[in-house]
Design a protein around this ligand. Structure first.
Ligand SMILES: Cc1cc2nc3c(=O)[nH]c(=O)nc-3n(C[C@H](O)[C@H](O)[C@H](O)COP(=O)(O)OP(=O)(O)OC[C@H]3O[C@@H](n4cnc5c(N)ncnc54)[C@H](O)[C@@H]3O)c2cc1C
Length: 470
């Protein structure tokens, strides 16, 4: 694919579409758009220009221009991605959705909310709550990720065990297609099989098939009772072996998370607070919600008993907001806390069937010992989703790249042998495009390439992301 540089003529045309103030070229102002949350210079690149449209019509005009000029577009939400998806690695323009941050409608009769893509996930959650309703998407980055970014990555998060990942909460999308045409699929109907399921093709497409400009979100009744359990175990294997047991005990927990010893230590350092049993080998964190207090109590007692029978050191129950917040602070700070151990790291997002989590963690331990490197792990145990994080520590550039290559090769081999996959929720972006090419069959890749080619024949939408550049 041959792309062109952004010209002065193109800049002038962009300014006439979005206004001068919304076209950024000043190095200081565009620097923050040169990276996402991947902590490695390899995945950074300055945009040639950043453009901040206010609506779908402006985006449509920009996309038509980009097609005419063969200039790539990298859509950007909150920039919290962990796959270098929002980084303009091939050059061209970054199209930031930050000005499209309005909640357009809350429909309390049909239990829907209609929002623009630049609303933060946290604001979606808070708005729903103010109406006594629940928006169940809950990535740990909710305070800063955008709902459009959650759609584009099909974000998971903590409550996915019970309520599912982002795709389960989306009933309709307005999208500016790579041609510049604005289309809407779905909306307020709960059921809809009118044609191909385009909505769920767009969800998780990482900005490679179009730009999401409006979202119809599902809302649910807010659960009346919530309780959280923090359960320390002496070692990782005892902790993780209890997960399939909880999942088959006839209860659907809202969240079922784990943290290993190093993750607990990192959280303690980051929060600068003593955590309970901080020398434990692992924590299991479990949330139960429901509309009956007795039911919630029965469920957490069953889970607590199961944990104690399987080696738990203690079971702490948090049934009020402040103690619940304390527990979740430790879990939710993982991505930031890990920097206390090593400022540069490679956070992975592998996923395996839940029953294979103990074997996946055994493999991670074996790889960590073989290469003499630290790989703290934490994640969404109830979904089989492990954020194994390779630490660079004091290795030089070459040693670091060699280590990453070797560890990732072995990690992915192990995960595939266990029936798993490369990414559960963070997506492929640029960071895993090469690995995806290696691990998917040619037939699978051909289907994905054919979709991309049909919808984006010039390949201008986020090139090199999800699919390797041909
Ligand atoms: C501390 C921390 C915790 C995290 N926890 C979780 C977690 O629990 N679960 C989880 O799934 N992820 C998690 N993440 C990763 C990240 O927050 C998610 O991937 C999130 O969905 C990205 O949203 P964003 O708005 O920041 O998107 P960005 O990083 O800006 O972009 C991500 C991708 O989406 C595309 N995109 C963005 N907006 C649009 C749009 N409107 N139309 C089309 N394409 C678009 C971009 O081109 C890019 O490919 C975490 C990250 C951090 C830093």
């Amino acid at each position: 694919m041959q792309f062109n540089k952004v010209t002065e003529q193109l800049i002038a045309e962009l300014k006439s579409i979005v206004g001068e103030a919304n076209v950024l070229q000043d190095e200081e102002k565009i620097e923050m758009y040169s990276r996402d949350e991947v902590s490695d210079k390899l995945w950074e690149k300055m945009p040639e220009v950043v453009v901040k449209p206010a609506n779908a019509e402006e985006i449509s005009a920009i996309v038509k221009l980009a097609n005419r000029e063969m200039v790539p577009i990298t859509p950007r939400g909150g920039g919290t991605g962990l796959a270098a998806g929002a980084v303009p690695l091939i050059g061209g323009m970054v199209l930031s959705l930050e000005r499209m941050n309005k909640i357009l409608e809350v429909d309390t009769e049909n239990l829907f909310m209609v929002v623009e893509p630049g609303v933060t996930t946290g604001d979606v959650q808070k708005t729903a709550k103010s109406y006594g309703l629940l928006y169940a998407g809950d990535p740990c980055s909710a305070d800063s990720s955008f709902i459009g970014g959650n759609v584009a990555t099909n974000a998971g998060g903590n409550k996915a065990v019970k309520y599912g990942v982002t795709s389960r909460h989306i009933y309709g999308l307005e999208v500016v297609m790579p041609s510049g045409e604005v289309v809407t699929f779905g909306g307020k109907n709960v059921k809809d099989v009118t044609g191909y399921d385009f909505v769920h093709l767009m969800v998780g497409s990482e900005g490679t098939l179009g730009i999401v400009t409006k979202i119809w979100l599902k809302l649910m009744p807010l659960p009346k009772y919530v309780a959280d359990l923090l359960v320390p175990f002496a070692d990782m294997q005892s902790a993780i072996k209890v997960v399939p047991k909880i999942m088959t005990a006839g209860i659907i927990p809202t969240c079922l998370e784990f943290m290993d010893r190093l993750s607990i230590k990192a959280a303690e350092m980051y929060l600068n607070k003593k955590l309970p049993y901080s020398d434990a080998g692992a924590y299991i964190i479990c949330e139960i919600d429901g509309s009956s207090e007795t039911q919630v109590q029965d469920d957490y007692e069953t889970i607590g008993k199961l944990c104690l029978e399987n080696g738990a050191l203690e079971v702490f129950v948090a049934d009020n907001m402040s103690s619940q917040e304390r527990i979740w602070k430790a879990r939710k700070c993982y991505a930031e806390a890990i920097r206390m151990l090593s400022p540069v790291y490679c956070m992975e997002d592998v996923v395996v069937p839940v029953s294979n989590i103990p074997k996946a963690l055994e493999a991670i331990e074996r790889i960590s010992q073989k290469y003499n490197c630290k790989i703290p792990s934490c994640g969404h145990a109830g979904d089989g989703n492990i954020h194994a994080t390779i630490l660079r520590e004091d290795r030089n550039e070459q040693e670091w790249h060699d280590l990453k290559d070797n560890v990732l090769d072995e990690l992915y081999e192990a995960v595939y042998a266990l029936g798993g996959n490369l990414s559960g929720e963070h997506g492929i972006g640029a960071k895993r495009a090469e690995a995806m090419d290696k691990h998917m069959t040619e037939a699978q890749l051909n289907v994905l390439r054919a979709i991309k080619k049909a919808l984006d024949p010039n390949g201008i939408m986020n090139p090199g992301k999800l699919l390797k550049l041909q």
